[in-house]
Design a protein around this ligand. Structure first.
Ligand code: EPU
Length: 428
């Protein structure tokens, strides 16, 4: 099992390119299921979660291949099956994204019900309720969701919570439905908007993606697309925090500042300098010692839950007391005890972590528990005195393309190593 070893204390300096967004690539690949033909996705990150999605689509009869230009080609002529087995779904919850498009195209879909995961219970009731309102018959049978519909019918949907993958699933289902679907209280995340670009390139009329009301006019058939996956705003923001905690000075290329306003506002508030010298480029300069601040995670455009752990790592060395409140997932504080092993002073009270800044962290052996928790341990390790060894680093590979290589190129002393550790098969 892979681990990451970091000798802390190096300032990050230089330029780094951001990869395509995991959370935009996965729905884009799912949308390819709506088509009979070959769609091509550029800027698709090479990640473990993308490979899992590839296996999921291949299991349905699709053929996926990385072409010579580094694009992922998805040929969905041969889709035969309509089922996603437990063995694949249990390793990645985002597998649920195939439910809507598969049902819309095949008239049926059998997808293993994702279980709970490391960061929370994460039910999919709103995906199912929405599909039922679109006319699907849904049954839960021996751990599987069995959905059927001759042709879905457009309708007016209201989401109790602005679920990201739920909004995406329903947009894809509505793309082939008869008539118009309106999703109210839709998720506004930029990844939802990116999916809307995919669907509209397929020939679906779609309005309002990126706002809380999305309107989809269904069509009978969609055409294959060529689509460039949007840059990963969470990777870019993680690199910003890494620059901040090491008092570094880096230029992040290929990212979009307008997708990261909540994070940028917080980082400026704590004393970091962030500017955009050219379109698609962000310069980040760390402060000598950052100030503390309070953070509350919220749906977009609020502060992203996917950055909570990394910003908490930064606050562990801030001057003062920070209150970090997680409102999206009920169990997304597993990095706290690991950060405390590195000398941080964090107490959890319900949904809030109270962080008392310390002058310096110290390297320690720690354990990654989920993707963003791993990223926070990497960030902390970069600033800690001495050696940090992060076990179960496979979590990081699920969502960051070559983060270790990118940090090393910026001057960090970091490498992957083989550790004797066991796999827990946790999902997120
Ligand atoms: N929820 C329900 N019922 C549902 C769906 C969601 O109660 O049917 C609840 C969840 O339990 C949670 C809240 O609604 O408390 C929001 O969850 P959401 O459905 O928006 O999350 P998701 O779609 O499962 C995506 C990202 C996550 C990211 C969240 C929040 C993908 C593939 N995953 O998950 O990304 O944290 O939105 O922004 O897009 C990550 O990349 O590390 C990651 C976990």
């Amino acid at each position: 099992m892979k681990g990451i070893v970091i000798e802390g204390g190096e300032r990050l300096v230089g330029e780094v390119q951001v990869s395509g967004a995991k959370n935009a690539a996965l729905p884009a690949l799912a949308a390819a299921l709506l088509v009979e033909g070959t769609s091509i996705f550029s800027n698709c990150p090479r990640l473990r979660d993308v490979a899992t999605f590839q296996a999921l689509l291949e299991n349905l009869g699709a053929r996926l291949e990385w072409n010579g230009k580094g694009e992922l080609q998805v040929d969905t002529y041969g889709i035969m099956g309509a089922s996603a087995p437990y063995d694949l779904v249990k390793t990645m919850r985002a597998s649920i994204l195939i439910l809507g498009p598969l049902l819309a195209r095949m008239g049926e879909a059998v997808v293993s019900l994702p279980g709970g995961c490391a960061i929370g219970a994460r039910p999919v009731n709103l995906h199912l309720k929405g599909l039922e309102q679109l006319g699907a018959q849904i049954e839960l049978d021996h751990g599987y969701i069995k959905a059927r519909a001759k042709r879905l019918k457009g309708t007016h949907l209201y989401l109790d919570i602005p679920t990201v993958t739920g909004t995406e699933n329903l947009m894809m289902a509505a793309a082939l439905a008869e008539g118009t679907t309106v999703i109210e209280n839709a998720a506004c995340e930029p990844e939802v908007e990116d999916l809307a670009h995919v669907l509209s390139a397929m020939g679906v009329e779609i309005e309002g993606a990126g706002t809380s009301e999305v309107t989809i006019r269904g069509v009978e058939h969609v055409r294959p697309v060529q689509h460039a996956v949007m840059p990963d705003r969470i990777e870019a923001a993680t690199l910003m925090v890494a620059a901040g905690i090491t008092r570094g000075n880096i230029l992040i290329k290929g990212c979009r500042l307008e997708h990261m306003e909540a994070v940028v506002a917080k980082l400026r508030e704590v004393g970091m300098e962030i500017s955009s010298p050219a379109a698609g480029e962000v310069r980040v300069v760390g402060a000598n010692r950052v100030r503390s601040t309070d953070v509350k995670t919220l749906p977009y455009p609020g502060f992203p839950t996917d950055m909570q752990a990394q910003v908490m790592a930064l606050m562990t060395v801030a001057n003062g007391l920070s209150a970090i409140t997680e409102t999206i997932f009920e169990n997304r504080f597993m990095h706290v005890s690991e950060l405390n092993r590195m000398g941080a002073d964090i107490r959890v009270q319900g949904p809030t972590a109270i962080v008392t800044g310390v002058p310096q962290l110290s390297g320690a052996p720690v354990m990654a528990t989920d993707l963003r928790a791993s990223a926070s341990l990497v960030v902390a390790g970069l600033a800690a005195q001495g050696r940090t060894v992060i076990a179960r680093a496979y979590h990081l590979e699920r969502g960051y393309e070559d983060l270790v290589g990118k940090l090393a190129a910026l001057g960090a002393t970091v490498q992957e190593v083989d550790l004797d550790d066991e796999d827990t098969g946790e999902q997120e």
